[in-house]
Design a protein around this ligand. Structure first.
Ligand SMILES: [Zn+2]
Length: 89
């Protein structure tokens, strides 16, 4: 094999390794960015759940409820829902 041909093959191998290293770096970075997004979304979900709970408590306190049996819930215990505020008791 000519020296030139040998160099070409060696260079293409090196290029493949470089390319692969770059792809791995990009993919790892993508995972890292998406993981950060997930953490942000999870925090937002928890914040919203807390806020919903606070609002429901407030609703429960200020509403002059009009309780009605809720037949959509399949439970041994009867559930009542307020027709005005949608709170349960
Ligand atoms: Zn109510």
């Amino acid at each position: 094999m000519s020296k030139r041909k040998y160099d070409e093959i060696e260079n293409s191998k090196t290029n493949d390794i470089d390319k692969n290293t770059k792809i791995i770096k990009v993919l790892k970075n993508n995972i890292s960015l998406m993981s950060e997004d997930i953490a942000l979304y999870l925090r937002k979900v928890r914040e919203n759940q807390k806020e919903i709970e606070m609002i429901q408590n407030l609703l429960y306190e200020i509403c002059e409820h009009n309780w009605e049996r809720d037949y959509t819930i399949m439970s041994e215990h009867s559930e009542y829902i307020c027709k005005k505020c949608n709170c349960y008791r």
